[in-house]
Design a protein around this ligand. Structure first.
Ligand code: SF4
Length: 326
């Protein structure tokens, strides 16, 4: 069941004083652990960062880079790589790891597909990643809007490859098909964590539904690349990570991302441990052995980090495999 937390009509004063995550306020504080030396990020101060910020602001767009307080923002925005977050800035779920604002969102902005397409063209992106908040309040979960955004980008920038990072469309029959049929190049949906942790970490979602969504993409369009990611450091065991990898391969997923969970605030799920870079390397080796076409596993790996370069590698890996098989 989706958790709907608040109404959007509290007015600007109420909005200003409203916490970003009202549903988490009653939780006990979890102290934020000091990050280890291997997690160091570039400060967002460059000219490229400022230019990306100006384009995002001028079009009234939201980005997951800012909303999720992504540690890579300084590096990505410097290279004009921002991940647009469509359908508003308010999410109807209440995941314990996520910094995106929660509540009941307002109506969809009909001009958003056009504005996103304009921003993509202005930034001259070769590869773009589009994600969204969960919209359990909409009959189709926002599938048609998502498809409109993909089509608008395709029309405005036919050379740009498009990667989407979607919600799970839980209990929205026919929604996934609408999005798949808009023909993005990469369909990404993150499993986020091991199934045992779903009730505490991702309570509004269902592990096997998410897996099935990705399997459905492959059934409907076998050529479409599929991608999924998990965070580690949430309390999962090594054998659980292996099991998630096996499940992903059973669903035909091409590309796995594995990154360190970082706790956004004291009200979010605590970091269980900081996984050492050597352990990420061993996850990468295991994932390659299990047959993923592409693997990104490091402390600062995020779904959309280096997505353009990784897409090129993904395509090259498929071509290599086809040659070997032929
Ligand atoms: S890794 Fe993704 S979410 Fe983070 S700053 Fe880069 S593009 Fe944005």
């Amino acid at each position: 069941m989706a958790t709907l937390i608040d109404t959007p009509n509290g007015g600007p004063k109420r909005e200003a004083s409203r916490p970003r995550h009202p549903e988490k306020q009653a939780r006990a504080d979890s102290p934020i652990l000091r990050k280890p030396d291997w997690i160091r990020v570039k400060a967002p101060v460059s000219k490229g960062y400022a230019e990306t910020r100006a384009i995002v602001r001028s079009r009234g767009l939201h980005t997951v880079c800012e909303e999720a307080a992504c540690p890579n923002i300084g590096e990505c925005w410097d290279k004009k790589h921002a991940t647009m977050m469509i359908m508003g800035d308010t999410c109807t779920r209440a995941c314990a790891f996520c910094n995106v604002k929660t509540g009941l969102p307002g109506p969809l902005d009909a001009s958003e597909p056009e504005h996103v397409a304009e921003a993509v063209a202005e930034m001259g992106l070769k590869h773009v990643v589009i994600t969204s908040v969960d919209r359990d309040d909409l009959a189709d979960g926002g599938a048609e809007h998502f498809a409109k955004v993909v089509r608008a980008i395709r029309a405005g920038s036919p050379e740009t490859t498009i990667e989407i990072l979607t919600p799970d469309f839980l209990r929205k029959d026919g929604a996934a098909e609408i999005v798949i049929d808009s023909k993005p190049d990469v369909f990404n949906h993150n499993l986020e964590t091991a199934p045992r942790l779903y009730l505490t970490i991702r309570p509004g979602a269902r592990y096997f539904h998410s897996l099935r969504l990705l399997e459905k993409v492959k059934e409907r369009d076998p050529q479409m690349f599929t991608k999924s990611g998990i965070m580690v450091g949430l309390g999962e065991g090594r054998e659980e990570v292996m099991q998630v990898m096996d499940d992903m391969r059973s669903a035909g997923i091409d590309f796995i991302t594995i990154g360190q969970y970082l706790q956004p605030t004291r009200k979010h799920a605590p970091v269980d441990r900081f996984v050492h870079p050597d352990e990420f390397k061993s996850y990468e080796t295991m994932a390659r052995a299990k047959g993923f076409l592409m693997v990104s596993a490091s402390p600062l790996t995020r779904s959309s980090h280096h997505a353009g370069e990784d897409f090129a590698k993904l395509k090259a890996a498929r071509e290599r495999l086809a040659k070997t098989a032929g």
